[in-house]
Design a protein around this ligand. Sequence first.
Ligand code: NDP
Ligand code: 2IT
Length: 447
Amino acid sequence: MKNKYLCDVYETVKKRNPNESEYLQAVYEVLASLEDYVNEHPELEKNGVLERFVEAERFIQFRVPWADDQGKVQVNRGFRVQYNSAIGPYKGGIRLHPSVNASIIKFLGFEQTLKNSLTGLPMGGGKGGSDFDPKGKSDGEIMRFCQSFMTELYRHIGPDTDVPAGDIGTGAREVGYMFGQYKRIKNEFTGVLTGKGLSFGGSLARPEATGYGVCYYTNKMLEVMMKTSLAGKKVIISGSGNVAIYALQKATQLGATVIAMSDSSGYIYQPKGIDFSSIRELKEVKRQRISEYLSYDKEAIYEANPKAIWKIPCDVALPCATQNELDLDCVKKLVENGLIALAEGANMPCTLEATEYLIEHHILYGPAKAANAGGVMVSGFEMSQNSMRYAWTFEEVDQKLKHQMEQIFLNVYECSKHYGNAYDSVKGANITGFKKVAEAMIAQGIV
Ligand code: NDP
Ligand code: 2IT
């Protein structure tokens, strides 16, 4: 990064957010990739666009007290970042995981702003969460936590203000409890959350959307850039949560063989292909560990080292677990073993060095904010359906999702080529997403 304006902006971000490594990583990647665009657009500096863009509009932190099944009082920390509302109401998920802190919430809100712009829908960027660990908690404990979380959050959100949804640790069950509490406090039935149950305003195909979207994106990327497709490819998917499960289903439907999946304890390997219905039952119904897959398939192999999944040779890698799960060594091994494409279901699963290596080695690369935009896209469709008091069919939503994921790929690809390197999709995605937000920020004045 040589541009003085960008360097100065990044120095300020570093000073203001010391020790927030994930946030600094996400901001650095974006600023560095915007260099050509910023050089061509002096109005950005004149209007202070980047200084404003890297500072969240609002950051809320709050106490979340609840009583566990033994009657003991527990206290967690709740967060919501309302990152940028230039192109629409804040929109983004809620992460429940013990690792959640200000840095993680801010990196996710920052990324979400650009991702939501890429969807083509009018949604700003937001994200929330808590260091609450849902693992091993009873339904009653989950409900009391979600109710307490919403008892504070409700005053900051609304269907035209800020619309939360799921993320790690937050699925339909948690969204349901949060929605119930919001409705009770406000006495309002609105589309204030997405990812709701189908009986109270949820969209068909929202649970599937992120995983399906990653596969639609990957398939289009393979078709346009290599004249091939997912059919016949060996695929590795990390994680075994919402995104991973439906990436498994769609990749398999598109003719690929998913040979390995993981959770934070280990990975399973089955060269004949992992079975979707077994994984779905294991994870969504029984909420068990992935090691239990061996009770469905005696031939599968389990190793208690999740990161070692990247040592298995494959054609396509779909990281769908969490940030920085792939470092330089992991991608070097994948490339050495014949990798042709990697698309990010998770947010920021590759370190900066890993991403650079993929681009340098001309691996087809789908950056998170483009490749996993299908989830928030269908959340946007859920908001539309709620406003219309109407519901589209599964096929209607799925077809819109597929079309728009392919369009995102094409927009990113055209932009990458325009700036001189078809493989540099980081530049393509960041510039495409940023352009619209920056134009809206300039048009709306210094706010
Ligand atoms: P889930 O909670 O459903 O699943 C998360 C999966 O990732 C689990 O298998 C979990 O394993 C694993 N995992 C989580 N944290 C870690 C960690 N620190 N180390 C190793 N493994 C971990 O979440 P989602 O599937 O919804 O989210 C997965 C990723 O996709 C996240 O990065 C999320 O931000 C991103 N995403 C999600 C969208 C959505 O619509 N849900 C949309 C776009 C992106 P374990 O059970 O052992 O913790
Ligand atoms: O990272 C993401 O895009 C999500 N967790 C989905 C957000 C949403 O509002 O559906």
